[in-house]
Design a protein around this ligand. Structure first.
Ligand code: ZN
Length: 333
């Protein structure tokens, strides 16, 4: 299984220990059969955050949370909070020899081979939510790449210098900087994540993308119409790049929290564009309410079978599709 988005590096919990709080830690990922977890790094959300309309934070909830627990990254703004979360994954990879930090297509192959020898082997990949985390200088993206970031969503809950957010004030398209950033991401081998982008920005990315793009966590308007979910046209556009849509497990993504609600959204997308363009994107530990944690993911497999999906389709959605897109996007080695 591959999960395209969990925010677990953001929270203070020790991820090496099994907890009953939240959704993800290394023991629970292993119990649930996860092979690769993408950790999305969020650095900045406004107080009063909602999916309809937000201004850039005056009072930043993530900054506040870091300072309350006196965490590294309390001072220094979004780039410092990005660095702190990169350091957390580095420390995890250091402490757990069966954790593979995936930074290349070669690493994906090594992960696959290692899992055949030891099924406890777990992969982790870093993404970011909102390019404001990069900082303002022209080398910011290259520096993030050097630190191990392999997936970038240009905007999160508010419009920024790169792109309009689905939840922003103006909800515009890509800026010139955003366009240049997408092109540079393709050169470096960083996957473009369209989650949280405004419809105009999604149109703009689809118009210029030459590699498969993905939505790390989201839903479809076909089963859950709201500002956070994708239109049929965008689902088709993403599929046309060879990309995938990671279906989430929370209320604003699938209009429910039961495994059945997730399976219905998956089924809808599979019926629309075929079973090669749908994947999983939990949004675990992202301030979301989810009915099952990473150790209980078998409920989702069962729900997909109950929804009438063939076993080959279920396997693709569970992980094969996401691995295909990452394999086509990441640097060779
Ligand atoms: Zn998110």
């Amino acid at each position: 299984m591959v999960d395209l988005h969990a925010d677990s590096l953001l929270i203070g919990r020790d991820l090496t220990r099994r907890s009953s709080v939240g959704h993800v830690d290394l023991p629970r990922l292993r119990e649930g059969g996860v092979a690769l977890q993408v950790f999305g790094i969020a650095t900045s959300v406004p107080a009063g955050m909602n999916i309809e309309r937000n201004d850039p934070p005056g009072f930043d909830l993530i900054g506040f949370a870091f300072c309350v627990r006196l965490a590294q990254g309390c001072l220094g703004g979004p780039p410092a909070r990005l660095a702190a979360q990169v350091d957390r994954l580095a420390a995890l990879a250091e402490s757990d020899p069966a954790l593979v930090w995936v930074r290349s297509a070669g690493d994906l192959e090594r992960l696959r081979a290692a899992r055949e020898r030891d099924p406890r082997t777990l992969g982790a990949l870093l993404g970011i939510e909102g390019a404001q985390s990069l900082g303002g200088d022209p080398d910011a993206l290259d520096r993030a790449f050097a630190s191990g970031v392999r997936m970038v969503g240009l905007a999160h809950f508010f419009d920024n210098d790169y792109a309009g957010s689905a939840h922003g004030a103006a909800k515009g398209g890509l800026t010139e900087l955003g366009r240049r950033t997408i092109a540079r991401m393709e050169e470096l081998g960083i996957a473009a994540d369209l989650a949280h982008l405004s419809p105009a920005a999604i149109d703009d990315v689809l118009a210029i993308a030459t590699k498969p793009v993905l939505v790390s966590h989201g839903g479809v308007k076909g089963t859950c119409p709201n500002a956070r979910t994708l239109s049929d046209a965008h689902v088709r556009g993403i599929a046309a790049t060879g990309g995938v849509i990671g279906i989430g497990y929370w209320k604003e993504a699938v209009c429910g929290t039961a495994p059945r609600d997730v399976a219905r959204a998956i089924r809808y997308a599979v019926d629309l564009v075929g079973d090669e363009h749908v994947a999983l994107g939990s949004d675990y530990d992202g301030g979301t309410t989810v009915a099952f944690d990473a150790s209980q993911l078998a409920v989702l497999t069962q729900a997909m079978l109950d929804e009438g999906l063939a076993e080959t389709s279920v396997r693709r959605v569970l992980g094969e599709n996401a691995l295909r897109v990452l394999g086509a996007t990441l640097p060779r080695n």
